[in-house]
Design a binder for this molecule. Structure first.
Ligand code: ATP
Ligand code: MG
Length: 257
């Protein structure tokens, strides 16, 4: 059964159809790749799933519930988390505090009570810290718990972003270009980490990438978008040999073909 179903999903910005009539399923426990050249509409798809953009038309059903047009907080509470393309949230806080604060932000607990709260807030904070340490263990950062986030090497900062997203215990995790700007070693570490997470937690993941090669070996299935439309869907093997996919990538990005 599909965990997430997108049907006829579309987003129009003025005269531009950024995403058009897109149908796809995300099955429970799988790693689905959404790939496509720059500007294909990939981040717009995530923005619609996460409630940042309201779809112009179409529906999103998550765990049998219509979540189309939900606010981002409501989407997060439903069990969908997203790891952004950018850097860590709080660079001048420790690694552990980033995970704890991430959980607070997502759960909409007040910052104020986190910083200045009474005994019950402190108890809740202690439980969150224990959980946060477990998550850091999972992503291989437990020894860096007290390090300032900004002092982590780039690759580990991205691992921390993952840990922050995991703090809300999502059912579905969306990764937007998780290996952008990484060197070869960091790329393979990140891909190993994502694989391990799925194995250990049974998490379902959707990974956006414009670099096809990076995710070919990671994803169970891949949806290819170009100019906002789905042009192919299948296993890495099927996608790699699809003439429409080869054409969409040719001359667009030498690295990605
Ligand atoms: N908020 C917005 N307002 C207007 N146009 C937008 C907005 N967001 C995205 N677009 C346009 O929609 C199209 C799809 O953009 P999107 O960011 O979804 O592409 P992408 O596939 O994620 O690209 P990249 O690989 O570069 O991250 C682009 O033409 C972009 O300029
Ligand atoms: Mg993008």
């Amino acid at each position: 059964m599909a965990l997430l179903e997108a049907r006829g999903l579309s987003k129009r910005f003025g005269g531009l159809d950024a995403v058009s009539e897109l149908d796809f399923d995300v099955n429970e426990g799988e790693i689905l790749g959404i790939i496509g050249p720059n500007g294909a509409g990939k981040s717009t798809i995530f923005n619609m799933i996460c409630g940042t953009f309201k779809p112009t038309s179409g529906t999103l059903v998550f765990r049998d519930k219509d979540i189309t047009g939900y606010s981002s907080h409501r989407v997060a509470r439903s069990g969908i988390a997203r790891v952004f393309q950018g850097n860590v949230l709080f660079p001048s806080s420790t690694v552990l505090d980033n995970v704890v604060m991430g959980a607070h932000l997502h759960t909409r607990l007040s910052w104020f009570s986190f910083l200045f709260g009474g005994p019950s807030a402190r108890r809740r904070d202690k439980a969150l810290r224990t959980r946060a340490m477990e998550i850091l263990e999972l992503v291989g950062l437990s020894e860096d718990a007290d390090t300032l986030a900004s002092d982590l090497p780039h690759g580990n900062q991205r691992h921390l972003c993952l840990a922050v997203a995991l703090a809300v215990e999502p059912k579905l995790l969306l990764l937007d270009e998780p290996v952008t700007g990484m060197n070869t070693e960091e790329v393979s570490e990140m891909l190993d980490l994502v694989r391990m997470l799925r194995e250990k937690t049974g998490l379902t993941l959707v990974v956006i990438e414009h670099n096809m090669k990076a995710v070919m070996g990671l994803c169970d299935r891949i949806v290819v978008v170009s100019h906002g439309r789905k042009i192919a869907e299948g296993t890495s093997q099927m996608i790699a040999n699809d003439p429409a996919v080869i054409e969409a990538y040719l001359g667009v990005d030498d690295d990605a073909a």
